[in-house]
Design a protein around this ligand. Structure first.
Ligand SMILES: Nc1ncnc2c1ncn2[C@@H]1O[C@H](COP(=O)(O)OP(=O)(O)OP(=O)(O)O)[C@@H](O)[C@H]1O
Length: 603
């Protein structure tokens, strides 16, 4: 049924503004929306596949029918807007004081749209299975260990000398190729592990590669330990620390708050207000310049913003150098300087790392490319793997152009395209192909799925991210009720901020879930934890956990929590009130405890 009582009004979902739906949905959860017939609380069902409706399955009456009659009556234009108690409307008794009106107009404002299923285009054609009559012994060995490679993948594995560009679409087995190739080089060609280096973009990817390699024939743990697989920062920082341990000692690494402090101090010199100027973005801009090897003197500001950032950049660098400190960007620029200015050292590393592979090459930036270029000379045994369709870090200086121009940078090299997708079905791959072809500036390739399915992707049209989260979680719940396992579901989101509504719905639903992320979850961030602790303690002045989360924000040490607890017992007051009785506070602590913090709590 579409009608129920909410806030003393008869509310029809069809005529209620859609921006209200989530509020009504949450009110239903709190039992504040009742059946227009039996007055029992109702639930609002909001899923992907069906327009929302009110539901109370345990009702003793045929409420749906009665409410439907009421709805029909309402359609009658002559019907008065307000009815008194006891008035029988189609067998339906209205309670006192409740008027029949929607929260907005009586015209339908429902913008519900059914999900749109997307048919694959063009139709699926099965590609020929990889031929099995190969005579390469290592390929057979790999197959026996369950690592099957198609012809293009195998060609990439055995091309170990000279420049190689692997253009690998999503799910085309690039990780399989990179790891098989490393195993082939170690085990079949006999290249010592110390001579190989494999650069990944995340520490997680590096770990996964090592893990995957454990299953390869002839690869043991000692060999894997000698193989250098890591991120740009981990690999090049190791070089720095090896040669200039004092200068690059980690205690000189600037923490984020120190970087902010430096730049804000510089901002004050220019009269920039913290509330009005985006210092965090200025730091990103500085980082961008550093990664492009643009020194403060070389910046040519294009606008006022860049002009300000350029001043901040020079002051930031001055302060940093005066303190003999460094930041993450300096690890790469520092290593580049070290190698460029020390020919003997450079030659040593060029000989030592004579086989270099770089994963996610589409996300490389200038300083990273320069370092790789230096390291690979003169043998040029460089294998880069990437997909310009998956370039996502342009905002922080990544440039897929290095991948696109690889064949002109290394004309003697070979390009292999991996375009068979082993991960997804044809309807998904064809949808992705059709989206990405809108990008006119891309390397020409067309992914082909290995399998197809009758299940096709669909688009659905939530009003906002709150509604979207509700719909997704309801959909998952329904599927689990029909026998699916929670482990069969994955939800991807663009940024962590977008995950919040989902996170909340999942918690409410009691569906077990894990959040896979490199950074901290929103609720675990210090600042959020503290803000929540303030709110919690304002509601429950005796909440020990909240007080414990807060104590740092009050400039008090954790040890003082025991004292606060003791005071609360002695003075027979709440933990919050006990703060007033704390003695021995330094002026800044007293200000916090008796100032803004306490005024927040109303004393
Ligand atoms: N030749 C092959 N035959 C069968 N399955 C394969 C083959 N190559 C790869 N796969 C499978 O395809 C899936 C994707 O492979 P892999 O993870 O190596 O791809 P990827 O290109 O690194 O993926 P992405 O970059 O999209 O994360 C895996 O499940 C892998 O086992």
């Amino acid at each position: 049924m579409q009608t129920a009582f909410y806030q003393h009004k008869l509310t029809n979902l069809m005529t209620t503004d859609r921006s209200e739906w989530q509020r009504i949905y949450q009110a239903c959860k709190r039992g504040e929306v009742t059946c227009a017939h039996c007055q029992e609380p109702v639930r609002m069902h909001m899923s992907i596949n069906k327009a929302p409706y009110f539901d109370h399955p345990k009702s003793l009456f045929d409420c749906a029918k009665q409410v439907q009659k009421l709805e029909q009556t309402r359609v009658n234009k002559d019907q008065p807007k307000t009815e008194a108690v006891g008035t029988n409307v189609g067998g339906f008794i209205l309670p006192k004081g409740r008027s029949i009106e929607s929260t907005s107009s009586t015209e339908p404002v429902l913008s519900w749209k059914d999900p749109e299923h997307i048919r694959a285009f063009p139709d699926f054609t099965k590609s020929a299975p990889p031929s099995k009559d190969h005579s390469d012994s290592y390929r057979i060995v790999l197959e026996q260990s369950g690592v099957i490679l198609d012809s293009a993948q195998w060609q990439a594995v055995i091309k170990t000398e000279g420049p190689l560009q692997l253009v690998a679409g999503a799910g085309s087995g690039k990780t399989r190729v990179l790891t098989s190739r490393a195993a082939y080089m170690l085990n079949h060609v006999g290249i010592p592990p110390e001579q190989m280096i494999l650069v990944t973009f995340t520490a997680k990817a590096a770990r996964e590669m090592k893990e995957r390699m454990q299953i390869y024939p002839g690869i043991n743990k000692p060999t894997l330990r000698k193989l250098m697989i890591g991120t740009f920062h981990s690999i090049f920082y190791k070089m720095l620390i090896h040669h200039e341990p004092e200068k690059w000692d980690s205690r000189y690494l600037l923490k984020e708050w120190q970087r902010s402090q430096i730049i804000k101090e510089a901002g004050r010199e220019m009269g920039l207000e913290e509330k009005e100027f985006a210092f965090d973005q200025a730091l990103t801009q500085i980082s961008l310049w550093k990664n492009h090897l643009v020194s403060p003197e070389q910046v040519k500001p294009a606008d006022v913003w860049e002009e300000r950032c350029s001043y901040l950049y020079s002051r930031y660098e001055e302060t940093r150098k005066n303190r003999s400190a460094f930041d993450f960007d300096d690890m790469l620029t520092g290593c580049y300087d070290l190698l460029v200015h020390n020919d003997t050292l450079l030659k040593r590393y060029q000989t030592r790392f004579s086989y270099v592979s770089v994963d996610e090459f589409q996300d490389i930036n200038k300083i990273q490319f320069k370092l790789i270029q230096l390291l690979c000379e003169p043998q040029r045994n460089l294998c880069v793997v990437g997909d310009d369709d998956q370039s996502i870090y342009a905002f922080r200086g990544s440039d897929p152009e290095y991948l696109r121009s690889f064949s002109s940078l290394y004309p003697e090299g070979q390009t292999i395209i991996l375009d068979q997708n082993y991960r997804s079905t044809h309807p998904i791959v064809s949808l992705a192909n059709n989206v990405v072809t809108s990008n006119k500036k891309r390397m020409s390739k067309q992914l082909e799925a290995q399998t197809t399915s009758d299940t096709v992707p669909f688009l659905f049209f939530p009003y906002d991210e709150e509604e979207e989260a509700t719909m997704i979680v309801t959909d998952i719940k329904e599927r689990i009720e029909q026998g699916a396992s929670p482990s069969e579901f994955a939800i991807l989101y663009r940024t962590n901020v977008h995950s919040m509504a989902l996170f909340e719905r999942l918690i409410q639903s009691s569906i077990p879930f894990v959040v896979e992320q490199d950074g901290e979850s929103f609720y675990k961030r210090k600042v959020v934890k503290k803000a929540l602790a303030y709110l919690r303690i304002s509601q429950h002045p005796d909440d020990t956990d909240a007080m414990s989360d807060l104590i740092g924000a009050l400039f008090l040490k954790q040890e003082r929590l025991t004292e606060i607890k003791r005071l609360s017992i002695m003075q027979d007051c709440s933990l919050l009130d006990a703060l007033k009785h704390l003695d021995g506070l330094k002026p800044f602590q007293a200000k916090k405890d008796g100032g803004p913090a306490s005024s927040m709590f109303g004393y």
